[in-house]
Design a protein around this ligand. Structure first.
Ligand code: HDE
Length: 714
């Protein structure tokens, strides 16, 4: 694939000013002293003890000893990329934020995707929420949109966050399990928190096992506020919609990928960008005038609720494109420091009690992770706007401020740096009348915990509903305490009776009717009585909530495995490869070994994988290449188990499989031969327009609706 032109911008320049290229350079100490022996420590005699005076050894080892910094408490596992945000439609009517009013201007960004629960070295394919954090380096300062790939959250108040995280993290006595919610403490907590039920529907859906970071939606989750030049206020919800559609893998696939390639998402993002297939999202907003705040049957301040797109459509106003991989994972992806409180004029917080709590947490966590209040000076965190203030000193200070003055007001420094006038774009908090009694309480408008959980479940396609049921069954089957399973099933019964009974049957409990007081939990409450109001959603279904209804018209960056051996039909390979590549897909060759494959006309193909070094779970679709000689080798005693397993597993996971000419032996030995009536994703070279049918099937991602038929023991 041809590399597209990288966008150059001021942030790229700023970061590049800090990069070092070691090529053609001599090794040196941190003090710039050239080193002429990097093999041996200084000793008293060749076989004698090492000497304390070996400052070169000591410097090297001391630096090594301090290489690690604490990983993020949550979202520890992640990967990121640089890119650009381009506004296509001005929001001047609603906000004075310049980056949302200057159409066509390139705003540099860095995006970090992450899982939440696992540690830095955990697998990418855990069932989990994904972080979707975007730093916009605007001319008015950094704006951070620190969101997720799901539009709601587990809890309504920051007070519960440490409890939630402790419950999902590995259990404290034995540190088991890593990166998994399928254990007692998570479901114990959840079963006692009816407010989490909407989020649980999202978490048990396939959104929690994405095919790629590039195929996930992003959401700001909370309601924020837009303020325009006249001081008018609109509530705003932020959305990123992937141009490649929202797609996921099967759970069986996710568990296998975790073994075959735990870096699957990280690699996928990296390779797509290296290949010039730059991931893109449409950026959209839902806008609600301040005076309409109370028009809905949910509270806009409640982060367990979304605003259905049927009620407030998403207006697409820009594009986010990721076009450059970091040069150094630690310096950029690990040290980037997000904070929902990094704002620009024209955007403000709402009183969402979860958001309000976050405003404390992020700087606090950077202080312990990055170790200094000067973390804003690290290149990846640095604003492209100039920074002038009277803050001084601290660990690792980089800025060298000239002069005597570090206070304001001052006359010695001519009063500088001086306060910005409003007309110069200074930040002013939106002035809002706030009065009330000091209370430690939750608003009554937050007590409906089931209506949007129902809305989500009802909006899913049949295969999505089945996957959600199976996810709950898997997770609860790992819960060792029957009372927890029973309590959770009781919660499900308020969402959907069939869902509750299907799950109950499989996890060995009865559907027990729980009592229903409101959602807040009194200290002496009976756990079985912790229910909120059972309410109905105001609309029956929302199309935007099903992945089925997202873009399915592109095969760009899809990875297609071509399985071949010596004697393969070179013409067929070349023709299909070129058609797929023209549409932006990537072809990777798989053979019995990594030895070069010689085709029927003498062409040599170099395999990227062998049947044993990879697996079908790492590909979007398979082509069993034409050619009797090739098929004979793929079906010999050594290769046959691998070849057939490849096909059967891809079949089970509802992928498209294309059987080339003379591949009957593979077809017949596989499970595919047993049932393929009306299966649009099984393509045979004898069918008319076979190549086009294959391309269409790949764009459709999977034939999930045939999952029952395609099930086999692979
Ligand atoms: Fe975070 N969260 N969070 N969070 N969060 C962190 O900050 C926290 C919440 C989110 O790629 C931490 O720098 C509290 C909601 C993302 O670096 C920490 C509360 C949402 C990332 C923290 C929340 C998020 C974080 C850990 C409840 C979705 C990764 C390391 C009051 C809208 C950003 C760090 C990255 C990271 C605290 C709730 C998203 C500990 C206290 C809701 C995407 O500060």
């Amino acid at each position: 694939m041809k590399k597209k032109q990288l966008t150059n911008n001021s942030k790229v320049q700023q970061i590049q000013d800090h990069t070092t290229d070691n090529s053609d350079q001599t090794l040196s100490t941190n003090q710039g002293l050239k080193i002429n022996n990097n093999q041996d420590s200084l000793k008293a005699g060749e076989r004698g003890p090492s000497l304390l005076e070996d400052f070169i050894l000591r410097e090297k080892i001391t630096h090594f000893d301090h290489e690690r910094i604490p990983e993020r408490i949550v979202h520890a596992r992640g990967s990121g990329a640089h890119g650009v945000f381009k506004l296509t439609q001005s929001l001047e009517k609603y906000t004075k934020a310049k980056f949302l009013t200057e159409v066509g201007k390139d705003v540099p960004v860095f995006v970090r995707f992450s899982t939440v629960a696992g540690s830095r070295g955990s697998t990418d394919l855990a069932r989990d929420v994904r972080g979707f954090a975007v730093k916009f380096y605007t001319d008015e300062g950094n704006y951070d949109l620190v969101g997720n790939n799901m539009p709601v959250f587990f809890i309504q108040d920051a007070m519960k966050f440490p409890d939630l995280v402790h419950a999902v993290k590995p259990e404290p006595d034995n540190e088991i399990p890593q990166a998994a919610s399928a254990h007692d403490t998570f479901w114990d907590f959840i079963s006692l928190m009816p407010e989490s039920m909407h989020m649980i529907m999202w978490l048990m859906s396939d959104r929690a096992i994405p095919r790629s970071y590039r195929m996930m939606e992003g959401f700001g989750v909370h309601s924020f506020k837009f303020i325009n030049n006249e001081g008018d206020v609109h509530f705003v919800k932020f959305h990123f919609k992937p141009k490649l559609g929202v797609n996921s893998v099967a759970w069986d696939e996710a568990t296998k990928i975790s073994g075959k390639d735990p870096d699957f998402h990280r690699r996928d993002l990296w390779e797509a960008i290296e290949n010039g297939a730059f991931p893109e999202w449409e950026f959209g907003v839902q806008l609600i005038p301040e005076e309409n705040e109370n028009d809905y049957d949910f509270d806009l301040l409640d982060p367990t609720k979304l605003v259905p797109e049927e009620l407030v459509p998403v207006q697409i106003i820009g594009t986010l494109t990721l076009n450059r991989n970091p040069d150094n994972f630690f310096a950029e992806t690990e040290q980037i420091a997000f904070h929902p409180g990094h704002l620009v004029p024209g955007i403000d917080f709402s009183n969402d009690p979860l958001l309000q709590g976050r405003l404390f947490s992020y700087t606090d966590t950077q202080l312990s992770r990055l170790g200094s209040p000067n973390f804003h000076e690290i290149p990846i965190n640095k604003s492209i706007n100039t920074v002038h203030n009277n803050q001084r000193d601290g660990h690792m200070r980089q800025q060298i401020v000239k002069g005597k003055v570090s206070y304001e007001p001052n006359s010695i420094g001519g009063g500088c740096p001086f306060q910005a006038m409003m007309k110069d774009g200074g930040f002013t908090s939106h002035s809002e009348r706030v009065d009330g009694t000091k209370v430690r309480a939750r608003s009554q408008s937050f007590v409906d915990h089931y209506s949007q959980a129902k809305l989500f479940y009802n909006s899913q396609s049949e295969p999505e509903k089945t996957h959600l049921q199976k996810a709950l069954i898997f997770e609860l089957s790992k819960v060792t305490i029957p009372e927890i399973r029973e309590r959770l099933v009781g919660q499900l019964s308020f969402i959907n009776k069939d869902l509750a009974s299907v799950v109950a049957k499989k996890v060995g409990v009865d559907v027990v009717k729980l009592k229903q007081p409101n959602g807040s939990i009194p200290a002496d409450a009976d756990p079985k009585s912790l229910q909120s109001k059972e309410t109905e959603p105001s609309i029956a279904e929302s199309k935007a909530l099903s992945m089925k209804n997202t873009a399915k018209d592109s095969i760009e960056s899809r990875v297609i495995g071509f399985i071949m051996e010596d004697g393969v039909n070179a013409t067929d390979v070349r023709m299909l490869k070129s058609k797929l590549e023209k549409k932006g897909a990537e072809v990777q060759i798989i053979a019995g070994s990594l030895a070069p494959v010689t085709a029927d006309d003498g062409t040599v193909f170099i395999p990227k994988h062998s049947l044993t070094s990879t697996a079908s779970v790492c590909f979007d679709a398979l082509y069993l290449c034409s050619g009797k000689g090739s098929v004979d080798i793929l079906m010999n005693v050594e290769n046959k188990p691998g070849t057939i397993h490849f096909v059967n597993e891809a079949y089970k996971h509802c992928k498209s499989i294309y059987f080339g000419k003379e591949t009957e032996a593979i077809y017949k030995a596989s499970h595919v031969a047993t049932k393929t009536h009306n299966d649009p994703a099984i393509v045979n070279s004898e069918i008319k327009n076979a190549d086009e049918l294959f391309i269409k099937a790949i764009a459709n991602h999977r034939v999930w609706e045939l999952e029952v038929e395609r099930n086999n023991p692979a």
